[in-house]
Ligand binder design. Structure first.
Ligand code: ADP
Ligand code: MG
Ligand code: ZN
Length: 474
């Protein structure tokens, strides 16, 4: 049996988060009444003319720049002709031979190793509508999505395993979500992925024949679909067979891919330049204006918090997993100047009660509450253990941690006189231990500190207790 190396390239369609469609003023609102966000342009009525949405262009350029692409000063919209009920014009306006950007790359991280993957091109196109099947035995068409702006991001066949493909997809999603042009939602179809898979004998150069798996709609399925396709192709090649180029679909129930259409059924899209739109001209000022709107990208942020703030890589990865998490962390750091302590608290406590959906993230506390809580611990007013109790009390409310501490009388006793009295009592009750300490066994001090903490039900300042005990036993 031959050892085969998988070769994988992904094509991603990402919906741009504009308020209106690519060539008309209709709303892009998701979940509206079917066929309510439509007009003559997106219905494809005769005589209507497309007008390009400037905000969509701006977002597409930001995406391409963030992916390191070269922006072309001139690009051409093209008609891609095919017949389908969800495409009322009979063609999709896309970009073909002259896309607005090319030659980018994306860095992915897998098992601590970083790898740079090529991006062939990013182009703009409009989405189709949606066919809804099986409604009382009928198939219905909803054209609300027809004309919604997309970017198609075509990746180079640089990926070598299903795990790399999944990591690439996550890295791509993170970039688009961080720059705010897409909500990264595979399940709802605003971020869609087709995977091209081929095999070649390991050590050889020439690519094998590829199959394309269409519309994989979750991160979990991407890896499973590719693994299933690798297994299928391996079995064919091992049996001396040949791969036929075709489009396949993945069935999560059987974990298998199956033929959708063969190469013979491939469409001839009869591309030609869109006569109703002039060439798109992008000048240097526009491009640099978009560049200047880009925030710090997730990979750069990860590197910075590890190198400059000394966060553990795992915490850095978690905190940059969503722009809302990153923002929360930054705001909490602004209120409390120890990033490692903030990161610990955010990763271990705050994110357990956090939810993210699309670009939004919701938390059960605010960064200011977390900063105040950490400051109370730092000042020795409460112990780390008490901090958890305070946290439970402020979760889901706008209460101040300080108010909870006062109300519950939790403030750590830092009154030396009060502590001294307890210490003296504890020493009198443990003469053997005191003798050990005086004989040089300093470690026994910790036991006595524990006894004092027990007596005071954890309310004494442990640092103070320790220094008082030290003085009394010396
Ligand atoms: P099409 O437009 O027919 O889908 P492209 O040439 O644009 O074809 O390629 C689309 C995708 O297929 C790209 O993401 C590319 O990386 C990937 N690809 C091309 N050749 C191979 C191959 N031999 N094996 C795996 N992926 C491939
Ligand atoms: Mg393709
Ligand atoms: Zn419209």
């Amino acid at each position: 049996m031959t050892d085969y190396e998988p070769v994988i390239g992904l094509e991603v369609h990402a919906q741009l988060l504009t308020r209106t469609k690519l060539f008309c003023g209709c709303s892009t609102n998701f979940g509206a009444q079917p066929n309510s966000n439509v007009c003559p342009v997106c219905l494809g009525l005769p005589g209507s003319l497309p007008v390009l949405n400037a905000e969509a262009v701006a977002m597409a350029v930001r995406a391409a720049v963030a992916l390191g692409c070269t922006i072309e000063p001139k690009s051409i919209f093209a008609r891609k002709n095919y017949f389908y009920p969800d495409l009322p014009k009979g063609y999709q306006i896309s970009q073909y031979e002259e896309p607005f950007s090319r030659h980018g790359s994306l860095e992915l991280e897998l098992d601590g190793v970083t790898k740079r993957v090529g991006i062939t091109r990013v182009h703009m196109e409009e989405d189709a509508g949606k066919n809804v099947h099986g409604v009382g035995g009928d198939s219905l068409v909803d054209l609300n999505r027809a004309g919604v702006p997309l970017v198609e991001i075509v990746g180079e066949p640089d990926l070598r395993s299903s795990a790399e493909a999944a990591a690439y997809l996550r890295a791509l999603r993170d970039v688009l979500v961080f720059i705010g042009v897409n909500d990264g939602n595979l399940e709802e179809g605003s971020f869609r992925c087709d995977a091209n898979v081929s095999l070649r004998p390991r050590g050889t150069e020439k690519f094998g024949t590829r199959c394309e798996i269409k519309n994989i709609n979750s991160f979990r399925f991407v890896q499973r679909a590719i693994d299933a396709e690798i297994a299928r192709q391996t079995a064919i090649l091992d049996a001396g067979g040949k791969i036929t180029q075709e489009t396949r679909s993945f069935d999560p129930d059987t974990s298998q891919t199956k033929t959708l259409r063969s190469k013979e059924d491939a469409h001839d899209y009869r591309y030609f330049p869109e006569p109703d739109l002039p060439p798109l001209a992008l000048d240097a000022a526009f491009i640099s204006a978009q560049k200047s709107k880009l925030p710090e990208l997730p990979a750069a942020m990860r590197r910075r918090v590890v190198e400059e703030l000394k966060l553990p890589p795992a915490a850095a990865l978690t905190l940059t997993g969503h722009p809302g998490y990153a923002r929360f962390f930054a705001e909490a750091c602004a209120g409390f100047g120890d990033p490692i302590k903030v990161a610990n608290w955010v990763v271990n406590e705050v994110l357990r009660g956090a939810k993210s959906h699309g670009l939004d993230a919701t938390f059960s506390v605010t960064p200011a509450q977390v900063a105040e809580l950490l400051a109370l611990v730092e000042a020795g007013d409460i112990s780390g253990k008490q901090a958890k109790e305070v946290y439970a009390a402020i979760e889901g409310s706008d209460r101040s941690p300080r108010a909870v501490v006062d109300e519950r009388g939790m403030r750590v006793v830092s009154d030396a006189g009060a502590i001294q009295a307890v210490c003296e009592r504890v020493l009198a009750a443990h003469p053997d231990q005191v003798a050990s300490i005086r004989a040089g066994k300093k470690g026994v001090l910790g036991f006595l500190v524990g006894q004092v903490m027990k007596e005071t039900k954890g309310s004494a300042n442990p640092k103070l207790v320790s220094s008082v005990l030290e003085k009394l036993t010396s």
